[in-house]
Design a protein around this ligand. Sequence first.
Ligand code: ACM
Length: 276
Amino acid sequence: MVSLTLLQGVSLATMKVAIVQNRPEFGRVQANLDRVEKMLAGKAADLFVLPELFATGYRFKDMDEARQFAEPVPDGQTTEFLLSLAKKFNAYFIAGLVEIENDRIYNSSVIVGPEDFIGRYRKIHLFDTEKSCFDTGTDVPPVFDLNGAKVGVMICFDWRFPETARSLALKGAEIIAHPSNLVLAHCPQAMITRCLENRVYAITADRVGDESRVPDETLHFIGQSQVVDPDGNILVRASETEEEVHIVDIDLEKSRNKFLNSKNDIFKDRRPTLYS
Ligand code: ACM
């Protein structure tokens, strides 16, 4: 039974959030979608976050190959699949895909709800070989009001630029949804700092497995999808190797309160005129 805390139109502060950690087989989109649907059988949450490029796999050889898998948003196969899940589970879904618009190819995440498509975010910090597969997003990372919950979106390597999480938090994000395909070891620990710096929740949904699509280059994805709270507590962290779904309760009041103690509000105490 899906938790209805947010979806009854009453924006209560508590909600159930889910991380979905999968192991996509490169290029087998329909099989990967089917597998995710099976993983979700019997699960209930208000918000599900899935990895970056969760249906295609990650390592495109070049932009021509990425273009073969690119979909218009919202009219493509993956967004339509997510919309069907959002209706079925009466929940919000945030997940990554390859987007095409005007022959530009983006590493994007889409946000859908039980009523409709809600929005997208195009990754603004491309990692390593992504620079030869995707165009760089040019829009400000967005914050969406998901029936009372303010949810900002960033993608994987955006974590390495603290300005991303900071700007989402300053725009009011209470939760940062973070579809990822992590290959650098530091991210799960670094996200604890992002949460402390901004007093937000972060939901990092990563994948597991390896990809060897280019000679002499094997990418290993580190799993460890997690939900971290505004005090830096790891509410749940998935394994490094297995496909897993985890669901935890979060309390948005915690991220709305920016006080560390009676004297320090971490946003009001900022000194932006002294920063360059
Ligand atoms: C990454 O940004 N997918 C490493």
